[in-house]
Design a protein around this ligand. Sequence first.
Ligand SMILES: Nc1ncnc2c1ncn2[C@@H]1O[C@H](COP(=O)(O)OP(=O)(O)OP(=O)(O)O)[C@@H](O)[C@H]1O
Ligand SMILES: [Mg+2]
Length: 344
Amino acid sequence: MARNAGEPLHLAVARPHPVIIPVASGKGGVGKSFLTANLAIALAEMGHPTIAVDLDLGGSNLHTFLGLANRHPGVGDFIHGAAPALEELLVDAGVPNLRFLPGDGRTPFLANLGSAQKQKLIRHLRSLPAEYILLDLGAGTAFNTLDFFACAPTGILVTTPELPSVMGMQVFLKNHLLRRIDRQLSVNGFKPLRPLFKALLQQPMERLPATLNGLKARMMEQDAAAGQAFAGAFEGIRPRVLFNMGSGPEESRMALGIRESLAEVLGVEPDFFGFVFHDSGVRRALAARKPFLTGFRENMAARNILKIAERIVRFWRNPIPDSATLMIKHVLQFPESNAPKSRL
Ligand SMILES: Nc1ncnc2c1ncn2[C@@H]1O[C@H](COP(=O)(O)OP(=O)(O)OP(=O)(O)O)[C@@H](O)[C@H]1O
Ligand SMILES: [Mg+2]
């Protein structure tokens, strides 16, 4: 990862860069905060210094999934200038190797950050002392969320196995890619292409290209340099998909259709990192104000999460060939989940 302008040189060379893992979704309520908290616990338990950051500004609740009280200053105070460094705001999360950076629980109205504030925050996040930094994001495609997601080379996309949630994930990814293309077009050399890009996106629905490859082809008709800008925007894109709240192992087969659709519509290949079953222990853990992984370790969803953490440590920096098939094979070994069965 490149050093950022303005970042003191000693920070860039003194510590290895942490792996930053933003966790996003198209639809809300799919389990981003639950998974962020419990994956962070799992990584910390494996001996990796980890920080869980609540970046759902306007809807911070990561503390509840960590079993912590909402009484600490956090990102909101940093943005308002009440805390000079993020590092000072880290809270011991009660698990060895795990610290928590609270969100904006005590400082409302931060859902719309200015660009300079956002860049400063991202710069400081990158220099936090940890091996893994997990970012719990808000749902949807607000610029804040897209920019936090883009602060790392790749991130996690959470979806349930329901169609609206899967569609939401695809819309999120499309917006992420469009923002990356727009950023490429803001770079010297490509700037003359930007008005064309904007004009193409503002066409009536029926004239819009159906795929990002179609959009690229239309731009290349006008200027062949568009091909290079698109290549730059797509370089290294490899989103990691997590299914949550699954009700049966056969639902994991959705990964095959998703892989096909993302390749065709967006020209992107995802890695499927895991499948977590719906688990009644999640609600009970919240009621007991305990992290799920601590209180319900033997449950199916806890075992699913531990497996995902293991995959993060082994594969985060490398693509997993045919991850959809591998994940399906793994999930099909499980007996039916402990979710309530439908009477339909
Ligand atoms: N695997 C699961 N089994 C059972 N309940 C779950 C599971 N995952 C999440 N939940 C529950 O679903 C609800 C939504 O989860 P969570 O708050 O983590 O979603 P989110 O994506 O962060 O939502 P938001 O977009 O509002 O931030 C919570 O009540 C949580 O306890
Ligand atoms: Mg959340």
